[in-house]
Design a protein around this ligand. Structure first.
Ligand SMILES: *Cc1c(COP(=O)(O)O)cnc(C)c1O
Length: 380
C-alpha cells in the first residue's frame, strides 16, 4: 500500500555538507553563518532587517514585546491559527481578542470583523496568512493606520508568498517566520523576525540575547570586554546549525514553492467535481507559498470517517485548526464560548488538510483524489 505523509523535507547533500562545515568549525552558536542567513533572508524579502531566532513563537513573542504590547492591552487576531499566535500576546499580559474569518471558503481574518472588535484598549493586530494565502493587507493596513494600531504578520505559512508584488511578512510593522520541520523552509527549529524599522531591530537584537549590550560573538571578535543589561531579555537566539540548514533551504524555496503550486493545481483539477468537497482559495491570483492544501467537507460527510478512510489507504491528513477560542485554557481564562465566531467554528468542524510537500509525485495526488472521490460516492 502507498504511504503518503502530510509533509516531508527536501534535504540533500548540500545541507549535509553545510552542517558538517559548521560542526567542524566548532562555532555552533550564533555567528557568521547566521549573519549570512539573516542577510540573504532580508534581501529575499526586501526588508532592512531580518533576525534569526529560536522559533516562530519566539519571533511572535518578541514582536509583541518590542511594540510595547502589555497588560491591559488588547490584540486582535484570528482564532483559526496555531495556538502560538495567540499565546504570544498573552505572554505579555495582553488579552487576545478573536476576529472571525472572511467566509466559509476564505480563512483569512476579516477586515470587517477586525473593525468591529476594536476598542480603546486595542494595541495591535496579528494577521495570519493561512496556508500561504495573503490576508487583505490593503484594507487591514488602512484600518491600522486610521486607528493607530500596530500590525504583526504571522507569516509562518508564507515564506515566498506575495501580494501586489510585495513579499508577505514585509508589509506590517513586523513579520514572523517559523522554520519548524513541517514548514516550507525547514531548519529543525528556528525562525526569523523581520522589520524595516531600525529602532525595533535594535530592540529585538537586545532582547533576543538576555537584554545584554554586547554578545559573546562581539567579545570574541574583540569589540567589547564587558556588558550591561538594559532590558529584561530572553535567550531567543538561533544557532549556526539551524542557520546552515536555513541557507540551503532558502536557495530551494522558490523552486519548492513552485512544485507545491503545481501539485495544488493538480488537486484542484482532480477534485473539481468531487461531490461533498469544497476547495477554498480556488481563484487566487497572487503568488502563494501553497503551504497547505485544505478542503471543506459537506455536512453529510463525517470528518472522522473521512480521515479514518484516508488513513486506511495510507494517506496522512490533519486539521488546521481546532479554533483557539474553544481550547479549555482559553475558555477558562477568558470566558470564550462556542457561537462567538460562526465562520471560524464552521471551518474548525469541517476542514481537512491533505498531504502537500515538494517531494510528492503527480501520481500521488491522483491516488489521493481517486480515494476521496471513492469515499464521497459511498456517502451519497
Ligand atoms: C508553526 C507556526 C507557528 C509557531 O512556529 P514555531 O516555530 O513552531 O514556534 C506560529 N504560527 C503559525 C501560523 C504556525 O504555523
Amino acid at each position: 500500500m502507498k504511504r503518503i505523509a502530510l509533509s516531508d523535507i527536501d534535504f540533500n547533500s548540500e545541507e549535509i555538507d553545510r552542517v558538517s562545515d559548521v560542526i567542524k568549525s566548532k562555532w555552533i552558536s550564533m555567528g557568521e553563518v547566521t549573519k549570512e542567513f539573516e542577510q540573504k533572508f532580508a534581501d529575499y524579502l526586501g526588508v532592512k532587517h531580518a533576525l534569526g531566532v529560536a522559533s516562530g513563537t519566539a519571533a511572535l513573542h518578541m514582536a509583541n514585546l518590542v511594540l510595547d504590547v502589555k497588560s491591559g492591552d488588547e490584540v486582535i487576531l484570528p482564532s483559526l491559527t496555531f495556538v502560538a499566535t495567540a499565546n504570544s500576546a498573552i505572554y505579555t499580559g495582553a488579552k487576545p481578542v478573536f476576529a472571525d474569518v472572511e467566509s466559509k471558503y476564505n480563512f483569512s481574518i476579516s477586515p470587517k470583523s477586525i473593525e468591529e472588535k476594536i476598542t480603546k484598549k486595542t494595541k495591535a493586530i496579528i494577521v495570519v496568512h493561512y496556508a500561504g494565502y495573503s490576508c487583505n493587507m490593503k484594507q487591514i493596513m488602512d484600518i491600522a493606520k486610521e486607528k493607530n494600531l500596530f500590525v504583526i504578520e504571522d507569516a509562518a505559512h508564507a515564506p515566498g508568498s506575495e501580494v501586489s508584488g510585495k513579499k508577505l511578512g514585509s508589509i506590517g510593522d513586523i513579520g514572523c517566520f517559523s522554520f519548524f520541520s513541517n514548514k516550507n523552509l525547514v531548519a529543525g527549529e528556528g525562525g526569523m523576525i523581520v522589520t524595516n524599522d531600525d529602532k525595533l531591530a535594535e530592540k529585538i537584537k537586545k532582547i533576543r540575547s538576555h537584554g545584554m549590550t554586547s554578545l559573546s560573538w562581539d567579545r570574541h571578535k574583540g569589540h567589547a570586554f564587558s556588558y550591561d543589561v538594559t532590558d529584561l531579555g530572553y535567550n531567543y537566539r538561533t544557532n549556526e546549525i539551524a542557520s546552515a540548514l536555513g541557507l540551503c533551504q532558502l536557495k530551494k524555496l522558490d523552486k519548492n514553492n513552485e512544485k507545491r503550486k503545481e501539485l495544488s493545481i493538480l488537486y484542484r483539477k482532480y477534485l473539481e467535481n468531487a461531490k461533498g468537497i469544497t476547495l477554498p482559495y480556488n481563484n487566487v491570483k497572487e503568488k502563494s507559498s501553497c503551504h497547505l492544501f485544505p478542503v471543506i467537507l459537506d455536512e453529510k460527510i463525517s470528518r472522522v470517517k473521512f480521515m479514518e478512510f484516508l488513513k486506511k489507504n495510507g494517506i496522512q491528513s490533519s486539521i488546521h485548526y481546532p479554533p483557539i477560542h474553544l481550547f479549555s485554557y482559553y475558555k477558562k481564562r477568558f470566558g470564550f464560548k462556542k457561537g462567538m465566531l460562526p465562520l471560524t467554528e464552521f471551518i474548525g468542524e469541517r476542514e481537512v488538510t491533505l498531504p502537500l510537500h515538494p517531494l510528492l509525485k503527480d501520481e500521488d495526488i491522483k491516488y489521493i483524489a481517486e480515494k476521496i472521490i471513492d469515499f464521497c460516492d459511498t456517502v451519497k
